[in-house]
Write a protein that binds this ligand. Structure first.
Ligand SMILES: *[C@@H]1O[C@H](CO)[C@@H](O)[C@H](O)[C@H]1NC(C)=O
Ligand SMILES: *[C@@H]1O[C@H](CO)[C@@H](O)[C@H](O)[C@H]1NC(C)=O
Ligand SMILES: *[C@@H]1O[C@H](CO)[C@@H](O)[C@H](O)[C@H]1NC(C)=O
Length: 375
């Protein structure tokens, strides 16, 4: 009797165990599904207040061994910081725009996506751009859309305040992507890669992109017309054009552009376009993203694009009308004559009031320009 009882108990226990492990397997299967999502890495989707989703990652740890690098102790603080966090490529999203392109499938309807790097305090610049060249609109029958890319600045109350400002802007304009990383010059490459990752997920079929800074004047009407006039004008072929830098030397002195020989040995960069503003096709943007996955981050964002292109065997090209260094107009002429800016695609160093005025002047139907006078 006792033996039978024991046996029965054993069988019951065995079936309980079996049932238990089956349940564990079942739940693990579920967990796997949740975690798999669209990226195999550990990544958890969390709903936010306004019902969009943010991706939160385990906080990226400092790489202490970076300090073993020769001369590390003599590097400026920003470079030490860069090296400690160079391997971090995922940061929680604070502001997202999953429907900016109407969903991944419909994103082909966006002809030109304006992707503008802007740090939180640059409120004025964003305000002017929204009213001028970066206005979302239909031009020549195709859609222009706008996105600002932002990290975070400052710390404590001030950081919170600036994040709140972006949140207010987002509520009104729906045009900001923000991640929780420090928005510094050396982190611009990170910003670029985070954007490309986002683009692959949300806007993979946009035709063309203008990637640039928030202090440039871009003639986006003219840009659309230029792109429409290309032989391959559907964004499915390689295009990367702007102000081309060839044989650009590296800076080994300790200033903003410093790149230690320990992380990049050659003395010149591969050809690349200045980051103030360059045009690229959706195809090329995705190729660059793919290449970036196996190239360590470098603190010079535009040169890093050149490295990705080189790895893909693609060349950046030069466009005469992209003038990130300014126009070099003779001083006897009016430097703000709209005729100089009508034919240009992009110029650097334009600020609020002049930007607003110029955008209206070049659209003035009564404006008469003597072509012979141009550049
Ligand atoms: C590099 O730094 C780590 C952490 O500080 C230390 O444990 C390790 O031994 C160092 N490695 C080399 C090769 O010096
Ligand atoms: C940390 O830094 C060391 C020295 O630069 C480097 O060899 C190593 O690959 C880095 N580790 C990570 C996780 O990036
Ligand atoms: C880049 O952002 C990370 C995350 O906020 C930060 O830890 C790091 O210091 C930043 N790097 C630089 C060079 O500012």
């Amino acid at each position: 009797m006792a033996r039978i009882l024991i046996k029965r108990w054993v069988t019951t226990r065995a079936s309980l165990l079996l049932l238990g492990s089956l349940m564990v397997v079942y739940f693990l299967k579920d967990i796997k599904i949740v975690r798999k999502d669209d990226n195999p890495d550990l990544k958890i989707r969390q709903p936010t207040k306004n019902n969009s989703y943010v991706y939160s990652w385990p906080r990226c740890q400092q790489n202490i061994s970076a300090a073993n690098m020769t001369d590390f102790s003599s590097f400026p603080d920003f470079m030490k910081d860069f090296l400690y966090y160079r391997h971090c490529r995922h940061f929680p999203m604070l502001l997202d725009l999953p429907d900016k392109c109407g969903g991944a499938d419909k994103s082909a309807e966006v002809f030109l996506l304006l992707v503008i790097k802007s740090s939180p305090p640059n409120y004025d610049r964003r305000a002017i751009l929204r009213k001028t060249w970066a206005e979302e609109r239909l031009h020549n029958g195709v859609w222009i859309r706008r996105i600002f890319l932002s990290g975070t600045t400052d710390s404590g109350f001030e950081k919170e305040r600036l994040n709140k400002l972006l949140e207010l802007e987002q509520r009104e304009y729906s045009d900001i992507l923000q991640w929780d990383f420090t928005d510094t010059f050396q982190n611009l490459t990170l910003k670029q890669i985070l954007f490309l990752e986002w683009m692959e997920r949300n806007c993979p079929n946009v035709r063309f992109l203008l990637n640039g800074d928030d202090d440039v004047f871009a003639n986006t009407d003219h840009m659309v017309e230029y792109l429409q006039g290309l032989k391959d004008n559907d964004g499915s072929k390689h295009l990367f054009t702007g102000h081309l830098n060839i044989n650009m030397g590296l800076v080994r002195e300790y200033n903003k552009y410093f790149v230690p020989v320990q992380i990049y040995e050659p003395n010149i960069f591969p050809p690349y376009c200045s980051g103030g503003g360059f045009l690229l096709s959706g195809y090329t943007a995705l190729v660059i993203y793919k290449m970036s996955q196996s190239i360590d981050l470098l603190p010079i964002d535009d040169a890093y694009m050149g490295m990705c292109l080189e790895k893909a065997g693609l060349d950046p090209t030069s466009h005469i009308a992209v003038r990130p260094l300014g126009l070099n107009i003779p001083s006897r002429l009016d430097g703000y004559d709209p005729c100089f800016y009508k034919e240009v695609l992009l110029v650097h160093g334009f600020f609020s009031v002049r930007m607003y005025f110029m955008w209206h002047r070049i659209h003035d139907p009564t404006l008469k320009c003597d072509v012979g006078k141009m550049m």
